[in-house]
Write a protein that binds this ligand. Sequence first.
Ligand SMILES: [Zn+2]
Ligand SMILES: [Zn+2]
Length: 217
Amino acid sequence: MKLKILYDNTAKPGFKSAWGFSCLIEAKETILFDTGWDGDLLLYNMHKFGFNPEKIDKIVISHDHWDHAGGISRILNETKNPEVFVLKSFSEKLKKEIAKRAVLREVSGMEKISGGVFTTGEIGTEIPEQSLFIETENGFVVLTGCAHPGIDNILNFIKNYGKIYRVIGGFHGFNNFEYLKGIPMLSPCHCTTHLNEIKKMYPKNYKECCAGDVFEI
Ligand SMILES: [Zn+2]
Ligand SMILES: [Zn+2]
């Protein structure tokens, strides 16, 4: 299974960067997790990877914020009627627009998105968010958007189903660094305020993540 980082605040040479996050999961099915804000930039980085967006089977939007959901309308013009998984609590207007151009799926609780790929369902009350967790032989690889509900709350939920192997995505303002002890691989990116502290505290576990990165999991 391959993960390709399509959109992040930083990028490898040749790729474009902007505030936001998006990751492609290439498994039995092809799943797009988040869309960044600028759909053109997202498509630019997809083409840089030599990826054809028509191959996307499913799209999951972590939360209803511009830097994660903003690229959706542009990307839906390039896809072939994918299923789009949003939270039930997303704005009715956004859900209605998505439903015009794709198969809308409203998520509330934990559910399977595709073989070995699960959503946590809605976590958090202030800014509800869903994260993905992917089954691998080493444990779960977790993908977060901004992690507004708190990385600890998200991971505590996933720990009910098995151990965590790696976390990739935004950690937001999370500063309970001790909590991250014991997680073999940490790839905080996007909106992570304390990236340098995490890197300094866990130098062996830290693995850089930016647009243009490919991770074999
Ligand atoms: Zn964000
Ligand atoms: Zn956000």
